[in-house]
Design a protein around this ligand. Structure first.
Ligand SMILES: [Zn+2]
Length: 379
């Protein structure tokens, strides 16, 4: 997009021009002290080429890299390292705040999951693998792992990681609602959107986004929130948690027919608050942008969400082997910009984005970089 002076202008820059003006002209008056000093630090370190328009934070925790399900498993700790590497290489890492995720309280998780689902994870954490037997030689049948199902597996750190992942989403929600930051990205694993209220599923232990959305509704008293899921797989767990809850609008697209083989049947179509758009394999960016404009946007404008949560899976990328869709980084940037326009209009800019899928390490890192640059107003 080109501005009047021929300079490249970000997707949502016209909309945020006033806000940017305020930020540059009156940063000490407009911002809280931590934000002010964070921006000063950025200025003096000269680490960023430009001052971010938004105050964006990444929430994560080292325990999220200690949960692993065997060296064969695509949902691996290296995913978070790939994201970190790309943020550094893209000169974005030092422009955004980093916060350590607290462990979620059990009562936070219990707003979505029943006691048996929580106990299934907590009570089956295995002992460490025996000395000399590292993870690369282990399969789920070896000591050190407990398989919940064929591809959802616990190791000794999984409980802690799951608490930190859900805790990141909850803490990000608190920080955004408190106005400490404009928006947040939770660089977390295990992912969450397949986890059903009744139990773990599809690499997911607890449904991080659902827990955060319910927290915003029940603890902060918001009346309406939206959940946007652009993972290549249907977020069946999130749909189950909020089906027919008029406070929550969920919009998504997903490859179909494909795992988990839900979301496109007559049962789903009966839930008026679910805008599911199943798409065939090999759907590319142009068709996705069209469905976002035609299906998602009218529903989001009608719902007027006070806060937006994103199930940010990047496995619809054309380089990702776990899906067969054709998105590229520019599509994720475009989708993020559309979400920001809705958030600015109805939600005071409040967005909490949580990592879901994305298994090609390079494509994942590049796509998260594109997503975060738009969230932070750096693109
Ligand atoms: Zn996925």
């Amino acid at each position: 997009m080109m501005g009047n002076n021929g300079k490249k202008v970000g997707y949502f820059e016209p909309l945020l021009a006033d806000r940017k003006e305020q930020q540059f002209n009156g940063v000490s008056k407009m911002s809280s002290r931590p934000q002010f000093f964070a921006k000063l630090r950025i200025l003096f370190e000269n680490a960023c080429d430009v001052l971010p328009i938004m105050t964006t934070a990444i929430f994560s925790h080292p325990d999220c890299k200690r949960h692993e399900m065997g060296s064969w498993h695509p949902e691996c700790p290296e995913r978070l390292e790939a994201i970190e590497d790309q943020l550094i290489a893209g000169r974005v890492d030092s422009c955004i705040e980093h916060r350590e995720a607290p462990a979620a309280a059990i009562q936070d998780i219990a707003r979505i999951h029943d006691a048996a689902a929580i106990a299934m994870v907590r009570d089956h954490i295995p002992s460490p693998a025996p000395q000399g037997q590292n993870s690369s030689s282990c399969t789920p049948a070896h000591a050190g792992y407990y398989p919940i199902d064929a591809d959802t597996i616990l190791n000794e750190y999984s409980w802690k990681a799951a608490l930190r992942a859900a805790g990141a989403a909850v803490a990000a929600t608190d920080a955004v609602i408190a106005g400490e930051i404009d928006n947040a990205f939770c660089a977390i694993r295990p992912p969450g959107h397949h986890a059903r209220p009744s139990g773990a599923m599809g690499f997911c232990l607890f449904n991080n986004v659902a827990i955060a959305a319910r927290h915003a509704l029940d603890v902060h008293g918001l009346q309406r929130v939206a959940i946007i899921d652009f993972d290549v797989h249907h977020g069946n767990g999130t749909e189950e948690a909020f089906a027919d809850d008029p406070r929550v609008l969920m919009v998504s697209f997903f490859q179909h027919p494909f795992y988990p083989y839900s979301g496109a049947d007559s049962t789903s179509r009966r839930h008026e608050n679910m805008v599911n758009v199943p798409v065939p394999a090999y759907t590319g960016g142009a068709a996705v942008r069209e469905l976002v404009r035609d299906k998602w946007m009218p529903a989001l404008h009608a719902h007027r969400p006070e806060m937006i949560f994103i199930s940010a899976g990047f496995d619809a990328h054309r380089e990702d082997d776990l899906g067969q869709m054709g998105l590229v980084e520019a599509d994720y940037a475009w989708i993020t910009a559309q979400i920001m326009v809705v958030a600015e209009q109805y939600s005071k800019g409040r967005i909490v984005s949580c990592l879901e899928g994305g298994y090609n390490l390079s494509a994942l890192g590049r796509s998260v970089l594109a997503h975060l640059k738009v969230l932070a107003g750096l693109d």
